[in-house]
Design a protein around this ligand. Structure first.
Ligand SMILES: O=C(O)COP(=O)(O)O
Ligand SMILES: [Mg+2]
Length: 243
């Protein structure tokens, strides 16, 4: 009782000791709806090479594996194969177009601010693990005020191979000083499910994200409709695990 009279030392909540200690988040299609900016930047890039545009719906299915794959998929959609040197050149142009405008049409997904704030307050360590490059990831997180809540940010160019490889999730855990068994991953696509399974952590999928595979077919541990369901769903998962 006496301890509760002590003033708090700072406003950072005490880290959770019990499972799960960390919530790792995918970015595109999970925390943010970035497809409108990715769509416009892709079409602008293609137009600069004299190529025709894609519809929004077509581009949504191409997102989730990082920019080089986005470019490769776009050219495949045009019926063209490109060599690595050409792809690298197009990736560079895409990033020059997308970078400065990464938050023009992008919005926070419903419940993202509430869920991340609630989990941070409850002592969860939070991280973002995205196939997007670190620079653009920091821009987007900063714009929506999420950067300050994150204890680690791992992007597609941070070192390890991109998801579905588990390396980026493992690096995030290492940076948090935790083991993969302490964490849960929250994402939207097939690469997220595969990476989490390979890293040995449960994966929650938020409906309405990007990619080709329908949500129910992904093989996720849990599926939710909105991110603000997360605190309750994590409590439930923790209680089931104890049994
Ligand atoms: O850049 C992408 O294609 C998607 O990135 P994500 O890993 O945040 O979904
Ligand atoms: Mg995603």
């Amino acid at each position: 009782m006496i301890a509760s009279l002590d003033p708090p030392q700072n406003d950072k909540p005490r880290a959770r000791e019990e499972w799960p200690r960390a919530a790792l988040f995918d970015l595109d299609g999970t925390l943010v709806d970035s497809a409108p900016d990715l769509h416009e930047a892709l079409n602008e890039t293609l137009a600069s090479y004299g190529e025709p545009p894609f519809t929004y719906e077509a581009v949504v299915k191409m997102i989730g594996a990082g920019v080089p794959k986005l470019i490769q998929r776009a050219y495949a959609g045009l019926g063209k194969t490109i060599d690595k040197a050409t792809r690298d050149k197009v990736v560079k142009r895409f990033l020059a177009i997308y970078g400065p405008r990464a938050t023009r049409l992008t919005t926070l997904n419903p419940g993202a601010a509430e869920a991340t704030r609630a989990l941070s307050q409850a002592g969860y360590r939070l991280a973002v693990v995205t196939n997007k490059n670190e620079a653009e990831t920091e821009t987007v997180l900063g714009h929506f005020g999420l950067g300050k809540l994150m204890d680690a940010v791992v992007g597609g160019d941070s070192g390890p191979p991109k998801k579905p490889h588990p390396g980026m999730l493992l690096l995030a855990c290492e940076r948090l000083g935790l083991s993969p068994e302490d964490a849960v991953f929250i994402g939207d696509g097939e690469n997220d499910v595969e990476a989490a399974k390979a890293a040995g952590m449960p994966v929650i999928i938020v409906r309405g994200g990007y990619g080709l595979v329908p949500t129910e077919k992904l093989g996720a541990t849990r599926v939710i409709d909105r991110l603000d369901e997360l605190p309750a769903v994590l409590d439930e998962m923790a209680a089931t695990r104890k049994k």
